[in-house]
Write a protein that binds this ligand. Structure first.
Ligand SMILES: O=c1ccn([C@@H]2O[C@H](COP(=O)(O)OP(=O)(O)O[C@H]3O[C@H](CO)[C@@H](O)[C@H](O)[C@H]3O)[C@@H](O)[C@H]2O)c(=O)[nH]1
Ligand SMILES: [Mn+2]
Length: 760
């Protein structure tokens, strides 16, 4: 393991940023918000209920900004030095790599196997790696694709290592033509490898929708009659690295698993899949570290495992070691610029407190932590303290917590005691793996409660994350350039709305379960600012209410002829807050190389998702708390990108520069998601129309200190600008147009609103 002699340079460094200027900006905005609130309080008696509603909304915004300021205060990240690893560490630890997939239609098999291939090809000793693919869709097509990919891996992995290819997912690498090179051997091998990859893609493509392999090959017998939600456990060792000779020994183990499903058993979505992955890998390889990626998140940096190991191995020499190392999620399409900005500024801030949150993909976990250990269960040298040994390793408690498989319990004991991996063949564990994949295996155990990935939220990542931080662990953030993992995000439209709803609902679920940071703030080991950070994120869904009101208030005031904003000099407060916030967020985008257009798109989508997806998430939670319905995890649709990279090995380039004229356009369908947005737009348009025709002067303004004016009209115009995709949608056809049914419902609601505003 790591050589701890102090003369050698460290494997990593923690870099913290002071950001004085940005702190000043944050505080100024906060100061302005508080002055606005003060102004509202001082003039409360002269104004009507609008003033009170605006005050309540602005109080929510100010509170959110206060939380954000606290969270962003002192960002930090880790800088690993993988070059120093070989000098310092003689025996690198093993790593089990987990990929999850759940639906062969929404998650194209070729995309899934590309992710697997990129992981198999990372710069790390192949005999220290194992790649497990969990398939919740129980699809023979996925298994077939994985088998084919394992054959191609024997060409691909040695090719990548020999020529030090950077982008190790073939579908991305081969988007570009042969890089100019003097080396004719390279050109030849490049051609051969490309041809082989094309063959693989063809095979996978041809197999889609055609089930001939089911009959021709006994290996697929397990899949006959299997339904995604009704089948028994399938575990297949696709490739076992037995050392061997030549290229064969370069390919790590590959295992396919699909846990048992029965119609009326809760299977806990991805969290359940992860826990089965933990158990199967525990039996087979029992590596001390586990990498988890979504099936679209290919490794874009060959050194990624070595980078993570720098943190763990440096940390293992100190007492304050970290539980997990998170790489931010990055994307090869341009639908997610906002997520990237959020991860950098908010995520980076949290990383400076107790460490980043676990974000579901691109994260390395320590197995022992996942088995429930706390930092104070360990001695200074990292071994179990005697108290923890007696507490954890008592036989009856092990079986109660981890389930009734003796072998499983033995592997847990080995992992907790940091014993080396079992050396026996993977296939020896196949029967046992069946046993631990049963639906009822976890019944009355601690899986999903205190052990492994935690249940009871569709955002199992953040749920598990707060569980780990609450035990007092820290975590580390690495932000390499180029990004370590790249995946895809749905474009603005129904899929994105669904994803946002799932996230917001999942986060609210955690707020109301026993993990809540509200409790953590007082009685657990969650640091105070860390619980504020969790609170800030868990309450996403609740922000929809003040935002919805605020999008409607200017229109209401214009129609009703009352004033929303302060008059005279005090109007300057509102103008400054809006102006500063715009410039600030614009700067955040541009400093990361994003365009003004992408900033606008994020501001616009921000309002759209908050006032609908997040609003619906509140409904989901109310229904769940009342016991009427459960939250569900609908898998996000993934698409393969076809845009070329800048250069074969160069930094990734986003797809928005591609020739597709439709990219960046908002898509609609008949779902209710688009009703709030259409309604907000119509109401604001009506108010502006009324104002420009001078109608509001006709309505009486007795008893009010002042009526509406150009300021409220500007408010309406701002809302319309933010909902511009909907304005375009009114006139477009097909998937870019808002369906007539949605428009009619919105018109009906808008008429009610206008009548209410004018009459009231
Ligand atoms: O029943 C299920 C549902 C999903 N998945 C897998 O979970 C991953 C994430 O699903 P996806 O539809 O891509 O969700 P996203 O919203 O894009 O993912 C983010 O948010 C999720 C929580 O909502 C986390 O699980 C993810 O790791 C995180 O990247 C994918 O690999 C799926 O195959 C399963 O294995 N089983
Ligand atoms: Mn995803």
């Amino acid at each position: 393991m790591a050589d701890s002699s102090s003369s050698l340079p460290p494997l990593c460094e923690r870099i913290s940023y002071k950001r004085y200027f940005l702190r000043a900006v944050d505080l100024t905005i906060l100061g302005l918000l508080f002055s606005l609130l003060l102004h509202r309080i001082l003039h409360m008696s002269q104004n009507d209920t609008v003033w009170v509603v605006a005050f309540l909304c602005e109080s929510c915004f100010s509170f959110t900004w206060l939380l954000i300021t606290c969270v962003k205060w002192s960002p930090a990240e880790y800088k690993p030095y993988p070059d120093r690893l070989d000098e310092r560490v003689h025996d690198l630890p093993s790593v089990d790599m987990f990929v999850t997939t759940a639906d062969p239609v929404r998650e194209p098999p070729i995309l899934v196997v590309n992710t697997v291939l990129s992981l198999l090809a990372v710069n790390y000793p192949a005999n220290k790696l194992a790649c497990y693919l969990s398939d919740d869709g129980c699809s023979p097509l996925i298994y077939f694709s994985l088998k084919e990919a394992s054959k191609f891996a024997k060409i691909w992995v040695p090719f990548c290592k020999k020529y030090n290819v950077r982008v190790r997912a073939p579908f991305r690498y081969f988007l570009n033509p042969l890089p100019p090179s003097e080396d004719s051997e390279f050109s030849k091998e490049w051609e051969i490898t490309k041809r082989e990859y094309e063959k693989l893609s063809k095979k996978v493509e041809n197999a889609t929708g055609d089930s001939y392999w089911l009959d021709s090959d006994g290996d697929f017998e397990a899949f006959s009659n299997a339904e995604p939600n009704d089948h028994s456990t399938i575990v297949k060792v696709v490739w076992e690295n037995k050392g061997g000779v030549g290229d064969e020994k370069e390919v790590p183990h590959i295992v396919y698993i699909s846990r048992e499903k029965k119609p009326n058993y809760p299977h806990h979505y991805k969290a359940g899949a992860m826990n089965f992955l933990v158990r199967v890998s525990g039996l087979m390889t029992n590596a001390p570290y586990m990498l988890n990626v979504d099936c679209d998140m290919y490794a874009n940096e060959a050194d990624v495992v070595r980078q993570a190991m720098c943190i763990f191995l440096e940390g293992s020499m100190n007492k304050d070691h970290c539980a997990f190392v998170q790489f931010p999620q990055d994307f090869y399409d341009s639908n997610a610029d906002e997520v990237v900005v959020l991860q950098l500024y908010i995520g980076g801030g949290i990383a400076g407190i107790q460490g980043p949150l676990y974000g579901g993909s691109g994260c390395f976990h320590t197995r022992r932590v996942m088995y429930g250990l706390s930092p104070n269960d360990l001695d200074d040298n990292g071994s179990l303290s005697s108290f923890a040994t007696s507490q954890f390793l008592a036989e009856e408690s092990l079986a109660r917590d981890f389930g009734n498989s003796e072998e499983m319990v033995k592997s847990v004991v080995d992992a907790l005691q940091k014993k080396s991996n079992p050396q026996n063949s993977l296939t020896n564990s196949l029967d046992l793996a069946q046993e631990i994949g049963h639906c009822h295996y976890e019944y009355q155990t601690s899986w999903g409660k205190t052990i492994g990935w935690l249940y009871d939220s569709t955002t199992e990542d953040v749920n598990t994350s707060i569980g780990i931080h609450s035990r007092g662990w820290t975590s580390a953030y690495i932000l390499p350039e180029p990004p370590a993992f790249l995946g895809c995000m749905p474009p603005g439209g129904p899929d994105a709305m669904l994803q946002q709803r799932r996230w917001a609902a999942g986060l609210l679920e955690v707020l109301f379960n026993k993990q809540s940071p509200l409790i953590g703030m007082f009685c657990r080991k969650l640091r105070f600012r860390q619980s504020l950070a969790y609170f800030c994120i868990f309450t996403w869904g609740l922000r929809s209410i003040p935002e919805l009101f605020y999008c409607l208030l200017p229109a209401y005031c214009l129609l009703h002829n009352s004033s929303l904003f302060p008059k005279g000099v005090c109007l300057g407060i509102v103008v400054s807050v809006v102006g500063m916030h715009c410039l600030y967020t614009l700067w955040e985008f541009m400093s990361l190389g994003f365009t003004v257009q992408s900033w606008y798109a994020s501001q616009s989508f921000g309002r759209v998702k908050t006032t609908s997806s997040w609003l619906f998430s509140i409904l989901d939670i109310i229904l769940k708390l009342l016991g009427i319905s459960k939250t569900v995890f609908v898998v996000t649709k993934k698409t393969i990108s076809k845009t070329k990279l800048e250069s074969g090995d160069g930094p990734s380039q986003k797809d928005d520069n591609g020739p597709n004229p439709d990219s960046g356009k908002f898509e609609f369908d008949g779902s209710l998601y688009f009703l709030p947005g259409t309604f907000i737009l119509l109401v604001n348009l009506t108010a502006i129309a009324g104002f420009s025709m001078g109608l509001q002067r006709l309505s009486c303004s007795y008893g009010r200190s002042s009526g509406s004016s150009l300021t409220e009209a500007c408010g309406c115009i701002l809302v319309v600008i933010l909902f511009l995709p909907f304005l375009k949608g009114l006139f477009e056809k097909g998937k870019f147009g808002i369906p007539l049914s949605t428009i009619s419902k919105a018109v009906f609601l808008a008429v009610l609103f206008v009548v209410f505003s004018v009459r009231n």
